[in-house]
Design a protein around this ligand. Structure first.
Ligand code: NAD
Length: 459
């Protein structure tokens, strides 16, 4: 039986471990922390637990609008944090159970390559050597730091640290308005912090379509979240017990005073000190270099997830892990990135997949763009969630749906209809022609697909 050793038990490593067992391999998974990685312990799951609390806090302020009389006495932050911790523990236990059920041997400790197919693990009881036929590197990423004055001082936190803060800061400044930045802006605004965002690109959520980003920006403005875009930070300093972030915007020097600063400027592959250089593994900066089969430059060594850079998302790591394992165990598989959903859990949410209108035009594709606003859908109006829109991007020549973006209620779930369309190469006519249940939040997708053909009904 082939033996696969996996370094890192996040969504890349643990999913790969189960898949490798299903394919008949013996598997050793090396993890120095709790199973589940950043996503489960310090990222996606804890932030979603807090976002659920903050969503309820926001909704509680609107109860009168729905005819419900209730007195909300405020925010119990310690309970929110406690619930978040309970959620994380429960999901971690689920992953531990999965490893047992699938007979994956888990070795707890810090591991590093000591040869191309050997991992040495510093366990509580000394060193253990794991020899395998193939190795999968799935060591994830760490928050990026800004090499600017004051950014390494107290009061400047990473998302990991902010997830466990004891008290709600009165004023929170967030540097970077990517996924982490906007999700934390959403949480802390809802629990009462004065939130200011500082982003160097021209829009918040810079990788999203501008119309979609503008919807979120509008919602944030309504909630009095201040956002400075095109803003380049220069330093953090202290003044009268507060933190001051300085930045330049349109050539003008500005500053924001805050009690806590979140630095959310991306993540770096976690590849230091794990023996990659010694093993002769080719790198691309901090990232492990791989081909489409997830193979590194050293035969028998594969890598996946944030450690290889690229699209640093948990579900991508899992997909890459499965491809890596298939190849490591003698099958042929290639990673396909054409229909990868990206999801942002702000209120309203954002979901996107495939090409944006701008991406498509840049590639010289003649596109038709369908739009439908949620305010045109009965279900959204009934639910009191009228913000946002669906965009469907269609290749005019083939009629196929090549992308889609949604900002609105449940966008992170809804996007999967467009993911399926892009994945299977469905046409706008097919998506628009499929009968969608009424009244649902999915109807705007059908309408947007029909709109691309000039045939939307409720527009
Ligand atoms: P990110 O790369 O998504 O965003 C970082 C932002 O910081 C960018 O908008 C960038 O323009 C900005 N920035 C960089 N340097 C700056 C500077 N000097 N001044 C001002 N702005 C600056 O990274 P993130 O938001 O930290 O997220 C980290 C990782 O976690 C990402 O890989 C992301 O994909 C993942 N993540 C995903 C989700 C999700 O999908 N819902 C949620 C959270 C995190």
């Amino acid at each position: 039986m082939a033996h696969l050793a996996i370094l890192g038990g996040g969504p890349g490593g643990y999913v790969a471990a189960v898949r490798a067992r299903q394919l008949g391999a013996e598997v050793t998974l090396v993890e120095m922390d709790a199973l589940g990685g950043t996503c489960l312990n310090r990222g996606c799951i804890p932030s979603k637990a807090l976002l659920r609390s903050s969503e309820l806090a926001q909704l509680s302020r609107r109860l009168g609008e729905f005819g419900v009389r209730a007195e909300v006495k405020g925010i119990d932050w310690p309970r929110m944090i406690e619930r978040k911790t309970e959620v994380v523990s429960q999901v971690v236990r689920g992953v531990e159970f999965l490893m047992k059920k699938n007979d994956v041997r888990v070795v707890h400790g810090r591991g590093r390559l000591s040869g191309p197919k050997t991992i040495v693990v510093e366990t509580g009881d000394g060193e253990e050597e794991v020899r395998a036929d193939a190795v999968l590197l799935a060591t994830g990423s760490v928050p990026a730091r800004l090499p600017l004055p004051g950014f390494d001082g107290p009061g400047v936190l990473t998302s990991t640290e902010l997830l466990d803060i004891d008290e709600i800061p009165q004023r929170l400044a967030i540097v970077g308005a990517g996924y982490v930045g906007v999700e934390f802006a959403d949480v802390f605004n809802a629990v009462g912090s004065k939130v200011t965002i500082i982003e160097m690109m021209p829009q918040i959520v810079p990788t999203e379509d501008p119309e979609i980003a503008a919807e979120l920006a509008r919602a944030f403005r309504r909630r009095r979240i201040e956002a400075h875009t095109n803003a380049r930070v220069s330093e953090v300093s202290d003044r009268d017990g507060a933190k001051v972030v300085r930045f330049t915007r349109d050539g003008e020097e500005k500053e924001v005073e805050a009690d806590v600063i979140l630095c959310a400027v991306g993540r770096w592959p976690n590849t230091d000190g794990i023996g990659l250089q010694e093993a002769g593994i080719e790198m691309d900066g901090r990232a492990v270099k791989v081909n489409g089969r997830m193979a590194t430059s050293v035969p028998g060594v594969y890598a996946c997830g944030d450690a290889i850079g690229g699209i640093m998302l948990a579900h991508v790591a899992s997909g890459e892990g499965k491809v890596a394992v298939a190849n490591a165990l003698g099958k042929q598989a290639e990673m396909d990135y054409t229909a990868i959903p990206s999801v942002t859990y702000t209120h309203p949410e954002i979901g996107s997949v495939g090409l944006t209108e701008a991406d498509a035009r840049q590639r010289g594709i003649d596109v038709r763009v369908g739009r439908f606003f949620f305010r045109g859908a009965g279900k959204a109006v009934a639910e009191g969630s009228r913000e946002g829109l669906v965009k469907v991007i269609v290749d005019a020549a083939s009629g196929k749906v090549i992308g889609g973006q949604i900002c609105g209620p449940h966008a992170t779930d809804l996007i999967h209809e467009i993911v399926l369309a892009v994945y299977l190469g469905a046409t706008a006519e097919e998506v628009g022609g499929m009968v969608h249940a009424h009244p649902t939040l999915m109807e705007p997708i059908m309408e947007a697909a029909e709109d691309a053909l000039g045939m939307a009904i409720h527009k």
